[in-house]
Design a protein around this ligand. Structure first.
Ligand SMILES: [Zn+2]
Length: 293
């Protein structure tokens, strides 16, 4: 069966919420654009409002290269239901969600000249309130569903307004982020099933073994494999592996978070795209998935 794939890049500060820097956004994005152009592949870049406002030239460069501009919250805050706790990052109150997402849309539009219609929640911490707010704001796609955690939906679906993880009648389309459900999990959250960040902590070849196994799992269930990936520009630029000091604390990133960021990640990403194309994979933008249902 032909595989469909969405490449989603979360355009945020280096190492997600753990630094205030944009070295990866500035230096990793051109590397990504070059690889995508080499293969003639299109992708979706989900900008936080903050990233777009501080570096509008990056958003415009991505847009001018023909890729989709989406939103990734305002400041990489927890928009939905947290799957695990992170110090200093509390969830938005339900009544704050729509205003925050509106401001994020506005800041991205001011920078890129395009109103985003696709969204991804930071850390894939989505919620029913979030999906309802996205629909009210005119979004057509949300790529937040973590397949490793819920392990239920395999392909794109219209969610229920009462439970975003279930099928329902909403117009927005939910895109599950691929995880290898053919594996047995030994992690309470199922994170050992997840795709990320195997392409650089191991290799494109290791990730492709999981993709092929998952495609077989889908085939057994008569479902067309759908691969939604989440990646970050800071993975394409060397990241600090030692302590990062702030006014109140020193943060040491876990080794897997920063391992092989830079040239190795770029080389493996290039190999991943090449191999997926060789398997007949069709790359689409998040907003285009609505047309395929
Ligand atoms: Zn993120």
């Amino acid at each position: 069966m032909a595989m469909q794939a969405v490449l989603g890049f979360d355009m945020e500060t280096d190492i997600g919420s753990f630094t205030p820097y944009y070295e990866g956004l500035l230096s990793g994005t051109p590397v990504i654009l070059e690889i995508l152009a080499r293969h003639g592949v299109t992708a979706t870049f989900f900008f936080t409002g903050d990233a777009a406002r501080k570096h509008p030239q990056v958003a415009r460069r991505v847009r001018d290269a023909g890729h989709e501009i989406g939103s990734h919250s305002l400041f990489h805050e927890t928009v939905g239901d947290p799957l695990f706790d992170i110090p200093g990052i509390s969830s938005l109150l339900p009544e704050e969600v729509e205003l925050r997402l509106l401001r994020a849309s506005q800041w991205v539009e001011e920078a890129a000249g395009i109103r985003p219609v696709s969204f991804r929640a930071p850390r894939l911490f989505g919620s029913t309130a979030m999906v309802n707010a996205l629909e009210a704001l005119g979004y057509v796609a949300d790529a937040s569903y973590p397949m490793y955690y819920y392990r239920d939906r395999l392909g794109p679906y219209h969610p229920s307004c009462e439970d975003w993880t279930q099928e329902g009648e909403m117009s927005i389309v939910e895109l599950p982020n691929f995880a290898d459900l053919s594996m047995i999990s030994h992690d309470p959250y199922g994170r050992d099933l997840d795709q990320w960040p195997l392409f650089r902590t191991e290799s494109a070849e290791a990730l492709l073994r999981h993709i092929d196994s998952y495609a077989g799992y889908c085939g057994d269930r008569n479902v067309e494999p759908f691969l939604c990936f989440y990646l970050h520009p800071w993975e394409f630029h060397p990241m600090p592996t030692g302590p990062v000091h702030y006014g109140e604390a020193t943060v040491i990133p876990d080794p897997f978070i920063v391992r092989n960021c830079g040239p190795y990640a770029a080389e493996q990403f290039d190999a991943l795209i090449r191999e997926l194309l060789a398997r007949g994979t069709r790359f689409v933008q998040a907003r285009e998935v609505t047309l395929l249902l």
